[in-house]
Design a protein around this ligand. Structure first.
Ligand code: ZN
Length: 445
């Protein structure tokens, strides 16, 4: 009884304090936005031109307000000197699974984990990804549906530290396709949490269900996958008509479709159907390149994920994939790397993505080194992960370059990434929306 009365007293006191707090805030003038001035040896602003050296960037609140070789430091502003570092726009990854764990196969997750567990791990990996300099991600799907929607909203509300998220909700797969669990006895009833849909009618419904539940875009599995036992990675799993049904319905909502596609026929069907991105694109052949080049303005983008192969096969970082899936990765590698070289030679814009946690979370920047190793210039790879990815997300007005008026999403790496691209793997300063999350490169403050 005493405890109940005491609790009631505490709750009442909290309510009173809260209302006092509100009253105080309402009557006081709004606080002036915090001003921060960053100084570094150079700035690669994401637009692809020569670096600005030295460089200063002034931030007020959550916005960049000035960029120049030298800037005055207003009274009361905080000056952060990053020394011999390079400032860059916050990196953007177009293909992550932030709630996924590399050590739990996605099919096992459906039988052995719960949505709350996935949400908590997602919060952890979101922070790991942000600390690696990735301030925005397009998240391509969860094990348990809509955990990504909750994580996106919790990050936006400031309850969880992580990148801005654009999320797929429950991705759409055909029965027996790459998104259907096929590992177990056919008598085991794997929880039907995936958005399995066959035929244009069911696909239309799956798309609507996703948007109703908070997804920002639609991910469909146009072909088989490496990390699935069912249909082979190269095989087209949705008919042209089915892919088109997803695109038509998504466009009614003003949204995009991203297609997971490895095999050449699935890639070309997805391009012809008008998907916005072809993810992985391992079998991108000359005909697919010609289709992409023939677009009057670029609408469909090729978004490869290459470092995961190097990471799993060369670095031995990925010890948790079954032998059959490692065999699929090895088989796919020369094709996927050939596709990247073909796209590069054709001058296609190439989106930047990793498929983390297939590449371990937080190691996203490994993709830069892989792409430069395959012949891309360091500048082109940096533009891809910043300005180009922002354009693909329709967020160019907001993020992707360091310019006055843009959101203050900035990272810094030691030295010059144009001379040594692996500097991107040593991020030592991260700001998202004007909030500093790490700053060990800063001196003298
Ligand atoms: Zn993926």
């Amino acid at each position: 009884m005493f405890r109940i009365r005491f609790l009631a007293y505490v709750l009442r006191s909290v309510a009173v304090l809260a209302s006092l707090g509100l009253a105080t805030t309402a009557s006081a003038a709004p606080p002036a936005p915090t001003t921060i001035v960053l100084r570094a040896a150079r700035l690669v602003d994401g637009r692809g031109g020569a670096p600005l050296a030295p460089a200063m960037v002034r931030i007020e609140g959550d916005r960049i307000v000035a960029v120049a070789t030298t800037l005055p430091v207003p009274a009361g502003a905080r000056l952060i000197d990053l020394g011999d570092a390079t400032l860059l726009p916050g990196f953007i990854d177009l293909h992550t699974h932030l709630t996924g764990r590399q050590d739990v196969h996605w099919e096992d997750a459906l039988l052995k984990t719960t949505p709350p567990e996935e949400a908590l791990w997602g919060a952890h990996w979101a922070e790991v990804t942000l600390m690696a300099g990735f301030t925005t991600v397009r998240d391509m799907g969860t094990n348990w549906p809509y955990v990504d929607v909750a994580l996106r909203d919790a990050i936006a509300a400031g309850a969880v530290r992580g990148p801005r998220m654009i999320v797929a909700g429950a991705y759409v797969s055909s029965t027996g396709g790459a998104g259907d669990a096929s590992q177990y006895s056919r008598y085991v009833d794997v929880p039907l949490v995936r958005n399995l849909a066959d035929g244009p009618v069911e696909i239309t419904k799956a798309v609507r269900t996703n948007f109703k539940n908070g997804a920002d875009f639609i991910k469909i599995l146009a072909t088989g996958a490496v990390l699935s036992k069912g249909i082979p990675p190269g095989a087209q799993q949705y008919s042209d008509e089915e892919i088109r049904a997803a695109v038509v319905e998504a466009r009614r909502w003003g949204r995009d479709v991203a297609a997971h596609a490895h095999g050449a026929e699935g890639i070309k069907a997805a391009i012809r159907a008008g998907v916005h991105t072809v993810d992985h694109g391992s079998g991108l052949d000359d005909e697919a390149v010609a289709l992409l080049k023939a677009q009057p303005t670029t609408y469909t983008y090729y978004v490869p994920t290459l470092a995961l192969l190097a990471s799993a096969i060369d670095d031995g970082e990925s010890k948790t994939f079954p032998p059959a899936e490692m065999d699929r990765m090895r088989a796919l590698r020369s094709m996927a790397e050939g596709a990247f070289r073909r796209a590069l030679a054709a001058g296609l814009p190439i989106g930047f993505a990793t498929d983390a946690p297939v590449l371990p979370h937080g190691r996203n920047a490994r993709e830069f080194r892989t792409r430069v190793g395959l012949g891309e210039s360091p500048m082109a790879s940096l533009v891809s992960a910043t300005r180009l990815n922002a354009e693909i997300l329709h967020l160019s007005d907001h993020i992707g370059t360091v310019e006055a008026g843009k959101a203050a999403d900035l990272v810094a790496v030691p030295g010059n990434p144009l001379a040594d691209i692996t500097a991107t793997e040593r991020v030592g300063f991260v700001m998202k929306g004007g909030v500093i999350y790490r700053e060990e490169l800063a001196h003298g403050h």
